[in-house]
Ligand binder design. Sequence first.
Ligand code: 5GP
Ligand code: ZN
Length: 133
Amino acid sequence: MPDCLFCNIVRGEIPCHKVYEDERVLAFLDIQPVNPGHVLVIPKTHSANMVHMAPEDLHAVMDAVQKIAPALLRAVGFEGFNLGVNTGAAAGQVVFHTHFHVMPRRPGDGYELWHGTEAGDLAAMAEKVRGAL
Ligand code: 5GP
Ligand code: ZN
């Protein structure tokens, strides 16, 4: 995709701080990290979001996350991480090339990613979702 920021990064036309690369996957530091060592893991082949990814790319990205995350935590001295995938503008997606955020976390770092709300009728909701699948 010529106008896609992350495709440009994959092609090397825009620089990045690469931490990992293989045949299908590139991982590099986010320029606005939520914590030090915030990494973006992306498929090299363009897709707008993870729903549209080829399964082979999804598997390769997940394999890379599993490989990168423990090393990342050792490197930055953090204890845990959140894996984030903003999908759609309503969910905060800004770059429409699939990317997985790996965000190192430590106790007391001040981030609260979501609040639970009243569950309502869970049985009805589960039925609705099963019906949609
Ligand atoms: P989204 O909100 O789409 O899930 O996340 C896009 C992410 O890309 C943001 O965290 C943002 O900081 C990061 N980002 C945007 N432009 C660039 C860039 O040019 N280089 C790098 N390394 N990260 C970028
Ligand atoms: Zn792209």
